[in-house]
Write a protein that binds this ligand. Sequence first.
Ligand code: ARG
Ligand code: ZN
Length: 852
Amino acid sequence: MSKEPQAIYLKDYKKPSFAIREVNLTFELFEEYTIVTNVMKFLKLDNVQELRLHAEELELLEVFLDDVALDQESYTIDEESLSVKNVAESFTLKIVNKIYPHKNTELEGLYKSGDIFCTQCEPEGFRRITPYLDRPDVMSVFTTTVIADKEKYPILLSNGNKHQCHENFDGRHGVTWHDPHPKPSYLFALVAGDLGSVSDEFTTMSGNKVALNIYVDKGNESKCSHAMRSLKEAMRWDEETYGREYDLDIYNIVAVDSFNMGAMENKGLNIFNSAYVLANTDTATDANFMGIESVIAHEYFHNWTGNRITCRDWFQLTLKEGLTVFRDQSFSADMNSREVQRIEDVKGLRERQFVEDASPTRHPIQPKSYISMNNFYTSTVYEKGAEVIRMMHTLLGEEKYRAAMDLYFNTFDGEAVTTGDFVWAMEQAGGIDLKQFQLWYHQSGTPRLIVDEKFENGVYTLMLTQKILDDVDGSKQAPMYYPLKMALINQDGALALEKMLIVSKEKESFSFDGFAFKPVLSINRDFSAPIIIEQQESDYAFLMKYDTNSFTQYEATQNFAIETLESMMQGSKIDEAFVEAYGYLLDLDIDLSYKALLLELPSISTLMQRQEVIDCQIIYSAHEDLAKHLADVFQEKLLQIYKENHNPDSDAIDAKSIAQRAIKNRVLKLLSASETKEIALIAKEQYDNSITMTDRVTALDVLEHTDEPLAEEAFKDFYNKYKDNTLVMNKYFGLLSSSLRDDILHRVKTLQNDEVYDDKVPNLVRSLVGTFARNHKHFHAKDGEGYKFVADKIVEIDKINPQMASGLCSTFKIYDKMNKENQKLMKRELMRVISTQGLSKNSFEIIDKILK
Ligand code: ARG
Ligand code: ZN
């Protein structure tokens, strides 16, 4: 690095010195470049002489101040800004600049995804389009005209309502869009392309008709029905649940193949990674269908939580993201199974966020500083942020929570606010004091709670101790405040008591009397607080049978399995009590999708997180042994469950069919641990006859781990069928690079040369390289070649797309927990990457934290 990138601090926040009353943009799109004409009406808000606009990688052509062309002395440009001297109280600035979208491989600002012009502006991409006050607390009314070749770009879109069409300037045409709602620049969007579309209509609760359009590559129109249905359900749900109605005449969604993230909530013009729009049962898994429903809803919900009320600055990101994730989780719970949704959300939180929160990149949901804001679209800000909202929901209860949300919307509509403003609304309408609770916004790390119990003279006492972690910089943190749902269950299985405790002190105890025998504790029901419980003793087998809370019942099965695996890792034999309990689960007559979750063994990563010094190879071997044992002992029963639920002729996506596929594929995967030819043949048959992608990917995964020749044949067939469908090819690369077979690194290296693979397409990088870096067995290989490969890719991809590269950097974040041998190998690679000439600030920030 030439000079170390500088951090930005929350404590340095200052209000903007100017407002932009309106902005008028004209885009003239050409193949080799785009000309942007940007006319802004400014109002001075305090006593400054100079206007400093953000501007990055822009070629300035002309600047006019109140219609007078400025000479070179009246303004200055540097790498980050354009400054205009001596400006009046109010004035109009017109800027003409040139950009090169086809060379934009960072995919920030205006760029091309295939033949489509599209944008991604959050958080700071707009400054790569034209000079602006590119910060969320500057909100303005945008009018945008897009002009392009009519044949190549018949569809021209921007935010808001369609205002005017302009025909015929030599085969070129234009469309003007006007968005009446003042918005920050990060919500700006533009799309131009030759797209197919699907249209529908929604009538809002007060009777307004909204035109709904989904734009996709031609030929994909038939894959939009699930996305469209999800959008309409989300619109209805937000009216019913939050009383929020849509506020424009039109809602457009565009699917593009090259996109850094999942999707973006630009006002009236969402832009989506095509993976979150396109689906039919032949090409998308059941999980993909769920993902689409939740992301479509998430972006829609942002219209109120994000767009109408936005963030004052980027440190407030969780204000809109945590809240919107909570809203989309609640929506999915209402649309599907509440119990399964909660478990899936917690699983995701633990796999991603808990890992982050235990690493050197950990940060509060409201960070205090950043080098690259792009690095803070994290699982902490999103998923832990959602848990923080959920806790307030739990503390207030449904009714007061809704009143608090109404107060929030009514008070702050049209403004850019802080998380403090949100908490204020919760306190006002909830009638509670959330002062200590607010620590959740400012402290990092997953809180731990040590749980002890005592039983004397019919009195049961619960003794709680908060383990208080230091912040990442070593500074002391304070005890947290949270709701802790618990129950006591009598020895005969009857529920004796159910309560929500408030935990707030470092040490405290709660007593309950009137028990003849010591009851069994069920703690953190529904996962009411995002914490780690350290319980001295617990009767998991009992809770598996008698706990009435679906979450803690699931938790008991997981904990029992963890306990069993960990003692195996220390050399003990398999605990037959666990095997017996597992057999009990197999016989349960319960919702099959919930049952599929109960039957899943804890992930490798779950066990890694619990190791003081990480060594994944011993986890893999215990895991394999236990799975094999269960598969052998229960073979008959498992096969029976498989047969009962295998409906090869059905591709229905109703709850029952999805649940049947889930349980059937869960037991098939477990059966495959015994590596018999019989299972491989069942999987091959499932592959050959299946009409759903869900069944196909499980079959491929099972074949890959049981029978090499059959796997090869099936993968070849799969490739030939789907090589023209890049979304399906992502699955192909993902399956091949997550394999536990030997010599996977060599395979991954070779796959980079496949004609379908492209380092410039984020989905492909994630499915090949990203998946490999999360394949603990091969990434952490003792020869260091896994690390070396990923480090090489970071250096290569950093030059193309720093956001993608820094995502790969974070796979090294467990560095300080690894055993010495692996640590040494990792360090060598990290040092090599960080000393690369011209490394992006994105990658620098992550690696620097890991190495500190
Ligand atoms: N606001 C978008 C969403 O969560 C994500 C945008 C992410 N942008 C980024 N540069 N990381 O819906
Ligand atoms: Zn979001």
